[in-house]
Design a protein around this ligand. Structure first.
Ligand SMILES: Nc1nc2c(c(=O)[nH]1)N[C@H]1C(S)=C(S)[C@@H](COP(=O)(O)O)O[C@H]1N2
Ligand SMILES: [Mo]
Length: 258
């Protein structure tokens, strides 16, 4: 057997060259992989346009997985932080008015509730006001970047469900809500709707809601961004499919959780 030639120690320059080679080599391989990955994503089909739109299918899959992970992490046992009444803003910010009625129409207002079977219930404001009232003072957050501590009063969505014997409907995956003219609409996953701090609110700062804040009844759902807090609810629908959602249709996150 041939004896092994004793290795000559590398000179400093050789060492540097070798390192440089390895670094550049690694960089080239990773770049190629990134480029290929990008190409794959670029050429992959877009999601089927339904209630969400605009994302590549693999990205939507990833987003939906992320949503699931967050849903599991933030169960209904987690309460949003609340504040004493004196911290609530006296002048409450007002933001956007899609679907709000030009003329106040409280006298004729009714909440239309559509069950999965197609059966429709019409509920009056007085019926809703006859349920126990819950007050909530929390930090309302809009995706546009502002937040404000505000004070709302109304009926817990979960109390509403119980009182009107809608328990079977609450076993479905989603509830959709829309303004009377259907111009603004949101879809809410049932666990968030049934969260103990979700309200069908008819008061702000102990006063009946004024038109620009959603008279006579609005959704206050502190586990979501402002976009989901529909002002002026006209109808409600229960289903296992995602109900249409105004902002999700133009690319915002369907879940919009905090
Ligand atoms: N009907 C209706 N509800 C709506 C909106 C809207 O344009 N129309 N805007 C949403 C957004 S983006 C926010 S931040 C809040 C703002 O509620 P506020 O005007 O009472 O502050 O309402 C939400 N609910
Ligand atoms: Mo918003």
């Amino acid at each position: 057997m041939k004896s092994k030639k004793p290795k000559k120690p590398l000179t400093i320059e050789q060492k540097i060259n070798r390192r440089t080679f390895i670094s550049f080599g690694t960089f080239a391989v990773l770049s190629a992989a990134a480029y290929k990955g990008w190409g794959w994503l670029k050429n992959s089909p877009k999601e089927v346009r339904t209630v969400t739109a605009g994302a590549k299918a693999p990205l939507r899959r990833a987003l939906n997985q992320t949503e699931l992970a967050f849903r599991r992490l933030y169960s209904n046992n987690n309460l949003v932080k609340t504040y004493p009444k004196d911290r609530a803003a006296k002048t409450v910010r007002y933001n956007s008015a899609i679907g709000l009625q030009p003329k106040s129409n409280v006298e004729n207002w009714k909440l239309e509730v559509k069950k999965q079977s197609g059966e429709v219930m019409n509920i009056t404001l007085d019926q809703i006001k006859s349920l126990p009232k819950t007050d909530l003072i929390f930090d309302f957050k809009c995706v546009e970047g502002w937040d404000q501590i505000s004070h709302w009063g109304g009926v817990k969505f979960s109390d509403f469900i119980e009182h009107f014997n809608l328990g079977d409907q609450a076993n479905l995956d989603y509830v959709g809500m829309a303004t009377p003219d259907k111009k603004y609409y949101v879809g809410i996953d049932m666990p968030s709707a049934m969260h103990p701090q979700t309200l069908l609110a008819y008061e702000m700062n102990d006063q009946p809601l004024i038109p620009k804040h959603g008279e006579p009844l609005r959704l206050i759902i502190p586990v979501k961004y402002g976009i989901k807090n529909l002002k002026c609810i006209g109808s409600m629908v229960f289903s296992n499919q995602r109900p249409p959602d105004y902002w999700a249709e133009i690319g915002y996150d369907y879940y919009s959780g905090l």
